[in-house]
Design a protein around this ligand. Structure first.
Ligand code: GAP
Length: 476
């Protein structure tokens, strides 16, 4: 299947099967904001759990926190986000109306034929990527893109636009403080560095992990859940002794790549992309890229952030953020290696990897199925229990099995339609195991278990089902 088609097929499948919906769809949607439906929410939670357990429970020296989304406004001044976290905008000199450059050009593109629209969007994206503001202005002027209010093409130069969303905290408008919706979760870790170190009696090297929402008023927000305005991050800051950052950076690059491979995804689907142009806080940085239907794109970043953030917070807050290293009897501001992965992007990666359209046609008949081949530990539903008929005590046996299993993993009961149709529906939801309860179950206590990927079926003891599923879905 062509890659463009694959992305469209995944988007359609996610909507049809209750994984992901456009936010506020009945109001025609909100751009680059998505809601997770009943199966998407389970999938996302399972991925988050797997990351959380890998990064905290399975480590000796990493603990997890849950910091608030709102933070003191000075945090974002100190971190550099108020001054540096921005995208281009332009003003019309006659109407004084301000536009985001991408919105202006996209609005114009919508008035064009498909080919011309695609060409101008492509040009815009290249210029945005190159930070070529003069080129963006020329693109607007050359295409005679006018302001909707004044109708003129009299534009200022292109300038930067901050990506942070802001709101006001406090009930009286005059006295209210501007607060930001955090654009990364990392700062909640930095400002709590000493709280955690002291209360947890943590010894360097140690890490603090957290997952949570982040918000960015993205300029080019498209690609389904790849680039959203509200999204979730899973980040870990690893505090190390200055001078040891290179070895820890290499360690975390390798460790995070191993985590990706543990999802059952082939090494050929990943590559590292080392940053040539480093962010102001970094001395080494790379992306882990996955081969999405749109090509290789970043799913995770590993950054050596030096002591930039802690030093900035020290300076802006006036509070010491040093660590006393008893091994060398010295105080210092630790260096930090950060691993930062987007949860929604990981959901999209898992969906891209799992989505398969299989042709099952034989000489006798045409047949096909859409199957989501999720790793069993991540599947939204682990076990479907299907009584062959609605009578003869089969539903009761099925429900007994579910009641026995449901405290350990998510089960699904279905008695409508033929068994074949029910299997196909479970394939489309990515359920790795289906168990059919039939009349023989009553006689000899066995059931048919059907494996999603191979579609193989075998007869096993009803009493063994729970153990088998538990073994297959174990994360570690
Ligand atoms: N604390 C470092 C940081 O935030 P980043 O490279 O800007 O670094 C880290 O973001 C990860 O967050 C990215 O690799 C990506 O997976 C995810 N991410 C960033 N912006 C996103 C967006 N608009 N929508 C979805 N995921 C996003």
């Amino acid at each position: 299947m062509a890659n463009d088609n694959k992305l469209q097929a995944i988007i359609g499948h996610c909507k049809e099967y209750g994984f992901i919906f456009q936010s506020s769809e009945i109001y025609d949607g909100l751009s680059a904001v998505y809601d997770y439906g009943q199966y998407g929410a389970e999938l996302k939670k399972n991925i988050r759990d797997y990351w959380w357990r890998s990064m905290t429970q399975m480590q000796d020296n990493i603990v997890g926190i849950d910091a608030a989304i709102f933070m003191h406004p000075t945090v974002w001044k100190a971190s550099g986000h108020v001054d540096n976290f921005s995208d281009p905008m332009i003003d019309n000199k006659d109407s004084q109306k301000r536009y985001r450059v991408d919105h202006l050009i996209e609005g114009y593109a919508e008035t064009l034929e498909a080919d011309a629209a695609a060409a101008i969007i492509k040009q815009m994206e290249l210029l945005l990527e190159a930070n070529d503001f003069a080129g963006l202005k020329s693109l607007i002027e050359d295409n005679k893109i006018n302001c909707a209010i004044s109708g003129t093409c009299n534009w200022t130069d292109v300038r930067q636009f901050n990506l942070m969303f802001s709101t006001e905290m406090g009930s009286v408008a005059d006295e209210a403080n501007v607060v930001y919706l955090r654009p990364e979760t990392a700062q909640g870790i930095f400002v709590n560095f000493l709280n955690v170190q002291k209360t947890g009696r943590m010894k360097i090297p140690f890490g603090i992990a957290q997952t949570g929402k982040a918000f960015r008023n993205e300029i080019v927000a498209r690609g389904f859940i790849f680039r959203m305005r509200e999204f979730e991050q899973m980040e870990m800051q690893f505090f190390v002794k200055p001078g040891t950052q290179k070895e820890w950076y290499e360690y975390w690059k390798e460790t995070r790549m191993k985590w990706h491979l543990s999802l059952g995804i082939g090494a050929d689907k990943y590559k590292f992309h080392d940053h040539v142009k480093l962010a102001h806080y970094a001395d080494m940085a790379c992306d882990i890229e996955y081969d999405f239907p749109m090509g290789f794109k970043e799913v995770e970043g590993v950054h050596s952030r030096t002591d930039f953030d802690l030093k900035q917070h020290q300076q802006f807050s006036g509070k010491k953020l040093t660590y006393f290293d008893t091994d060398i009897n010295q105080h210092y501001v630790p260096y930090v290696i950060e691993t930062s992965i987007g949860l929604d992007r990981t959901v999209m990666m898992i969906l891209s990897e799992a989505y398969v359209e299989e042709d099952l046609s034989t000489e006798e008949k045409q047949d096909s199925r859409v199957v989501l081949k999720f790793p069993p530990m991540l599947a939204p539903i682990k076990l479907a229990v299907l009584p062959l008929t609605k009578k003869d005590g089969l539903p009761e046996l099925a429900k007994e099995l579910i009641n026995d299993c449901r405290s350990q993993f998510k089960c699904f009961y279905e008695e409508k339609d033929s068994i074949g149709k029910r299997y196909r529906r479970m394939d489309a939801l990515g359920t790795p195991f289906c168990v059919t309860i039939d009349h023989q179950t009553k006689e000899d206590g066995t059931v048919t278990i059907r494996y999603r990927d191979s579609m193989q079926q075998e007869r096993i003891a009803l009493a063994d089902v729970k153990k088998l599923v538990m073994e297959k879905i174990a994360m570690f």
